[in-house]
Design a protein. Structure first.
Length: 209
DNA sequence: AATCGTTCCAACCGCCGGAGC
DNA sequence: AGCTCCGGCGGTTGGAACGAT
């Protein structure tokens, strides 16, 4: 995938040397200010390429390898709920990137779903318009810490529904007990800050097949 | 062993929304 | 209000890896 550019900006696969430069730059200056990263790191890459490489490959917490069964299950259900909003779906899968999820969906899940007991001439399910439920702010209780990481861990454990189990398309407000994300929170929780619900309760909102 | 077809996934591209001026 | 810049997102591409013949 080695490509050139009219303006001399390097494209294509990243080398180990480039990875090391980018990693060093982010460690030194932190994430963000991507427009300055190529200069700071001494990379002949565009800002977007640097950002993408970091987010999809170099970021420390990224999980590689095959998707587990529960992850696949989560992807399928969240896709029913959210549609092709890969960043939101990935936000619910610790260590997985939007690109990973998108690739996995396009190569595996879609294939499985479209083949599940469907005649050849029937319209594939992924072509059916999905009514996307968009995230809306709503009250987050003091049990906020039980969301995210913990709720994901508890995904396969039976337990009672929580107080904050409610569909995300309710017009609710952030209450005074809401705590902004802290340093201890996992980065993958960020994009869910406005869409808060218990992982187990997702299943209740999804339409029956 | 060689060829061809398919799968997988890293990376690119174009677009969009928010912020700043 | 309009423009520019930037970060971020989803769709798509292309090449390496793999499997079938």
């Amino acid at each position: 995938m080695q490509k050139g550019s009219l303006y001399g900006v390097r494209k294509g696969a990243w080398t180990e040397e480039e990875d090391a430069l980018l990693r060093g730059c982010v460690q030194r200056y932190g994430e963000g200010e991507w427009h300055r990263v190529p200069q700071r790191a001494g990379l002949n890459r565009c800002r977007k390429s640097c950002r993408l490489r970091w987010l999809n490959y170099l970021k420390p917490y990224i999980k590689r390898g095959k998707f587990q069964d529960d992850e696949v299950d989560m992807i399928i259900r969240l896709h029913k709920l959210l549609g092709n909003r890969w960043s939101l779906i990935a936000g619910r899968l610790p260590g997985r990137t939007a690109n990973d999820v998108k690739n996995y969906w396009n190569t595996n899940v879609r294939k499985v779903i479209t083949c599940q007991g469907k005649p050849e001439n029937e319209k594939p399910q992924d072509l059916v318009k999905v009514e996307v439920i968009k995230p809306c702010p709503w009250i987050i209780s003091k049990n906020f810490s039980s969301l995210g990481v913990e709720s994901h861990r508890e995904l396969n454990e039976s337990r009672e529904p929580c107080v904050h189990d409610a569909p995300p398309n309710r017009n609710l407000q952030i209450d005074n007990d809401f705590e902004p994300r802290s340093e201890t929170m996992e980065p993958w929780l960020d994009c869910w800050s406005g869409l808060s619900f218990d992982a187990e309760s997702i299943w209740d909102w999804l339409p029956e097949n």
